[in-house]
Write a protein that binds this ligand. Structure first.
Ligand SMILES: Cc1ncc(COP(=O)(O)O)c(C=O)c1O
Length: 367
């Protein structure tokens, strides 16, 4: 789906130099690259930042900082990556599934209202595929319940309307959590993650948890974890952050080319929530009439990769089946059969997209 050699080509010399500088510095844990990246990221987002080892750690640490534990319920959409729910179980709490909107793939606050109980201690709102979830309506339906914005797939996305217009995804909840997994919109050359918050007290607590719960060296105040961003990854991310906006702009051009190329196909539903604030982490179409898997196979035959994010609702996964949903997750159950993510990224041209759109058209009009 992504060709990193081509994506990195315009700034390859800077990346090589950044990696070499860390290798030659002898500073392999923490140090100036990590501090520098944290301050640049914080300036970019206009919020406090604490880097950690990956996006899953960021979610777990956010829940730990909010005091989530046994007996607590945390609401999470069933249509997301496993990490969003896994961390709830790791802390001995209970995941409570809610549904998403078919049109945005993000949390449906009406479904949220059906699963809230006195034990609901947090809500994980996932900004899926690069678009902002509707945090404002969650706040209205669940006032006072802390929201963790799982921003692994939406670094750089912004709201374009409502109370949070102009703000970045991940900066309005109790915490935002980021992943710098290589395929993400701001991707490292390995694992990386961060917590984001405007609440300094909460962020300091999270930072302490990420460092074995220590206040100062060898003084441990609470049970924590060991989770830190590697300086090599910080150095890479400092370079890539400079090119972030260019990367999003080229994805937007490709998304427009997909929309133009696919608009006339009635069996395909193009993403309906693409606006100025969407960063196009994925371009995910819905394939109706049960044709999704056949279309995927057809594309494969034409040399085109595509991905299914996600083939199962998390409530259907063996690991999480003990958390039975309280009601039918209609949108999730439909989307897992319909979604197909098409290639998108700076390594592609609009001609590539036209080729892919033509291959999809050929699937439907082959005789
Ligand atoms: C929605 C979501 N949450 C969390 C994560 C976890 O991030 P990481 O792989 O950095 O642990 C991912 C990664 O794919 C994700 O897509």
């Amino acid at each position: 789906m992504l060709d990193f050699q081509r994506i990195h080509e315009p700034y390859k010399a800077s990346l090589d130099q950044a990696l070499l500088d860390v290798a030659n510095s002898g500073q392999y844990i923490g140090g100036p690259e990590v501090v520098g990246f944290e301050s640049e990221l914080s300036r970019f987002l206009d919020a406090g930042v604490c880097t950690v080892g990956n996006g899953t750690d960021a979610l777990q640490i956010a829940l730990m900082a909010l005091g989530i534990g046994p007996g607590d319920e945390v609401v999470v959409p069933a249509f997301t990556y496993a990490a969003s729910a896994e961390v709830i179980g790791l802390l001995g709490a209970t995941a409570v599934w809610c549904d998403v909107h078919k049109s945005t793939f993000c949390i449906n606050s009406e479904s949220l209202s059906k699963v809230l109980t006195q034990n609901t201690k947090a809500i994980i709102a996932v900004h899926l595929y690069g678009a902002c979830a509707d945090i404002e309506s969650i706040e209205k339906i669940a006032p006072g319940i802390p929201i963790v914005e799982d921003t692994a797939q939406a670094f750089g996305a912004k709201w374009t309307s409502g109370k949070y217009a102009g703000r970045f995804a991940g900066t309005v909840g109790a915490f935002g959590t980021l992943s710098f997994f290589p395929t993400k919109s701001l991707g490292a050359m390995g694992d990386g993650g961060a917590l984001v918050s405007k609440d300094t007290k909460l962020l300091n607590l999270a930072s302490k948890i990420a460092k074995h719960g220590q206040r100062e060296k060898y003084v441990h105040e609470m049970i924590g974890v060991n989770s830190r961003l590697d300086p090599l990854q910080a150095a890479v991310l400092r370079v890539k952050l400079k090119y972030f906006n260019t990367s999003v702009e080229s994805r937007k051009v490709l998304a427009k080319a997909y929309a133009d190329g696919l608009a006339h196909l009635k069996q395909v539903i193009c993403p309906q929530n693409i606006d100025e604030g969407h960063i196009l982490h994925q371009y995910t179409i819905r394939v109706t009439n049960g044709d999704r898997d056949a279309l995927k196979a057809h594309l494969k035959q034409s040399g085109i990769d595509s991905m299914i994010y996600y083939p199962m609702g998390l409530h259907q996964q063996e690991a999480y089946r003990h958390w039975e949903p309280n009601y039918t997750l209609e949108a999730t159950n439909t989307l897992v059969q319909e979604v197909l993510s098409l290639p998108i990224g700076e390594h592609l041209s609009t001609e590539d997209v036209s080729y892919i759109a033509a291959a999809i058209e050929a699937f439907y009009n082959h005789d």
